[in-house]
Design a protein around this ligand. Structure first.
Ligand SMILES: [Cu+2]
Length: 165
């Protein structure tokens, strides 16, 4: 009876620790283009629409993953080079994971042939800093901490009572 309560207490602590860790490491990896991957899109607004739909809450620490099979490149360029589809030096090997180093606006293009002109390009904004976590993750952390304290108390009480039962 007592050892079973101790085991339950242990399990609760493990669950609480897992909850805390999952709250602390909330970086998101976005797969560019979803199932299409990084390719010449079916229409010129495909990637800009994808970015508008999927990258609204892109936070510092989040990443983009580019996957492609045919010949493509990934180049992070200036706004002017983005608008002009300038052929700058670029990453040529897939897959490529890009983690923006600072908050701000980013411009991504493919530099192969006329792919950029065909819409293989998008821009997005990296929001905030990791020092300012969103309210939801902050509250889940404090809930996790409270849960851990309760579980520890339960665990110690169960050890205390198991000595007398
Ligand atoms: Cu391309």
């Amino acid at each position: 009876m007592g050892s079973r309560m101790g085991l339950i207490g242990c399990l609760i602590i493990v669950v609480a620790i897992v909850l805390q860790l999952s709250g602390a490491t909330a970086e998101t990896v976005y797969t560019v283009g979803d199932s299409l991957g990084w390719a010449v899109p079916p229409n010129t607004s495909y990637y800009s629409t994808w970015a508008t739909t999927n990258l609204q809450t892109f936070l510092l620490g989040d990443s983009l993953e580019f996957n492609w099979t045919a010949t493509h490149t990934v180049a992070e360029v200036s706004e002017a080079d983005y608008n002009n589809c300038t052929k700058v030096s670029s990453v040529i090997a897939s897959p490529f994971k890009f983690t923006p180093p600072t908050a701000g606006s980013y411009y991504i293009i493919c530099t192969v042939d006329d792919h950029c002109e065909q819409g293989q390009k998008f821009s997005f904004t990296v929001n905030g800093s990791p020092a300012e976590p969103p309210t939801s993750s902050a509250s889940s952390l404090s809930v996790g901490a409270l849960f851990a304290i309760m579980a520890t108390t339960f665990f110690l009480l169960s050890i205390y009572f198991s000595a007398y039962l």
